[in-house]
Design a protein. Structure first.
Length: 144
């Protein structure tokens, strides 16, 4: 079972809203009827469109197609975005009360720490995705 409809509903989009945003962002011409057929499993989009759908929702193709229930990659993205937003808010608040030279040094240090954390998070996300794919393949082999 694919996740097309689940993801659209989870993000709070109507079919019409999704169709407009998707077509505009990816220069496509999907109709509401085509989106409905895709969501009901009556039609499968071509590979390029599948990649665009996964990109639109920030999920893997395996997740989009229902081959895995792992959603860690998306959760990590959400967590990283939250960290960045928190740091930006703190940075803005500190800027108002801190002398310029001191604030500049702290900003550089914070940005460097964030860069390192993001790099490590990306490596971790890739490892988790690879492990999930290996587990999915192993489970499929065991079923055969």
């Amino acid at each position: 079972m694919t996740k097309f409809r689940d993801l659209r509903v989870q993000h709070g989009y109507s079919q019409e809203d999704f169709k407009k945003m998707y077509n505009e962002r990816y220069n496509r011409n999907y109709t509401s009827a085509a989106i409905s057929m895709i969501e009901r499993g009556k039609r499968m989009p071509e590979l390029g469109a599948l990649v665009d759908f996964a990109d639109f929702y920030d999920v893997s193709l395996d997740y989009l197609l229902g081959r895995t229930t792992a959603h860690e990659e998306n959760l990590i993205s959400v967590q990283l975005k939250s960290i960045v937003e928190t740091l930006e808010i703190r940075e803005d608040a500190e800027t108002a009360d801190t002398p310029a030279a001191e604030n500049e040094a702290e900003c550089r240090e914070t940005k460097e720490m964030l860069r390192c954390l993001l790099k490590q998070s990306v490596v971790l996300a890739k490892r988790m995705e690879k492990m999930e794919q290996e587990n999915t393949c192993a489970n499929a082999r065991n079923m055969v």
